[in-house]
Design a protein around this ligand. Structure first.
Ligand code: SF4
Length: 278
């Protein structure tokens, strides 16, 4: 793993996600290196070319953020949008922790999305805070599938436990169910396990299908094999997604879970390329 320290010129960037006012990314590149990650297509420089093997630490970003906050309209900040804010380097640098605390103290709302139990380190600054939500991403409850598609990320079991602890601590929590990949993690059993977990914890679900970015597609093909790619190409994607969404919404009704798709946000995202961040 190559870890490089760089300087940030900006901290609060416009987000391609329509529900967010700003994106905050303390790190460029992601040590989790998930094979389906669209962020590889949106990250400038070497971190994209070596996805999962290099991460750049924007060491001065807290100072930049502090200055930028002075003149910015308050709004919702995504922490993070093109990396995992609680990937292993966060244990040492603590940039996500500092940024979340600073933003909340400054009157911004913050939405965190991660796959890592390291987020639980920061329960002390999360408790009783208004304007904060924390999402945990799970594509599958099954270890063997996770090891194929997001092998460097924490195990599904650890992520499910993380959701439970966040929720038990009164943090506004949600489950990101995705990306859903044809023939890999779209079985009724897999979807039901995750939706029933959300029901048990009384939390929201946001679900999404696999984005069709080039980087993610070729990384996935190298993990899942060329037969997966030809099968995936042969299905009627629109029909498959209609059927999969019907399964998800049916399960959400059955388990009485508040469940929404990211489809509208996705449309906006595909037209946005991140400007260089440093
Ligand atoms: S954890 Fe998120 S940002 Fe990091 S590689 Fe996986 S999908 Fe991408």
């Amino acid at each position: 793993m190559k870890i490089l320290e760089v300087k940030a010129k900006t901290a609060l960037n416009r987000s391609g996600m329509v529900e967010l006012d700003y994106a905050f990314n303390a790190y460029l590149g992601c040590m989790h290196g998930c094979r389906y990650c669209y962020a590889a297509d949106m990250t400038p420089g070497e971190s994209a070319a070596t996805w999962g093997d290099a991460v750049r630490i924007r060491t001065n970003i807290i100072d930049v953020l502090r200055e930028e906050m002075k003149g910015r309209r308050r709004g919702l900040v995504g922490v993070s949008t093109i990396t995992d804010p609680y990937q292993p380097v966060e244990a040492r640098y603590m940039l996500s922790r500092q940024a979340i605390d600073l933003l909340l103290n400054g009157g911004f709302r913050v939405s965190v999305q991660t796959k890592s139990p390291l987020v639980l380190r920061d329960l002390d600054i999360f408790r009783d805070r208004k304007g904060l939500d924390v999402g945990v991403s799970l594509a599958t409850p099954h270890t063997e599938i996770s090891r194929l598609i997001d092998s460097k990320s924490p195990l599904p079991e650890a992520r499910m436990r993380t959701l439970r602890v966040l929720s038990e601590n009164g943090i506004k929590t949600w489950l990101f169910l995705g990306p859903i990949i044809p023939g890999i993690n779209d079985s009724n059993e897999s979807l039901e396990t995750l939706i029933s977990l959300a029901s048990d914890l009384k939390i929201r679900v946001i679900y999404d299908l696999l984005n069709q970015y080039n980087g993610a597609r070729s990384m996935l093909s190298s993990s899942l094999g060329s037969s997966w790619e030809s099968e995936a190409r042969s299905i009627n994607r629109r029909l498959w997604w209609q059927e999969t969404e019907a399964k998800i919404t049916g399960l959400a009704r059955e388990y009485q879970v508040d469940c929404n798709s990211e489809a509208s946000e996705l449309k906006a995202e595909t037209n946005i390329l991140y400007k260089p961040l440093y």
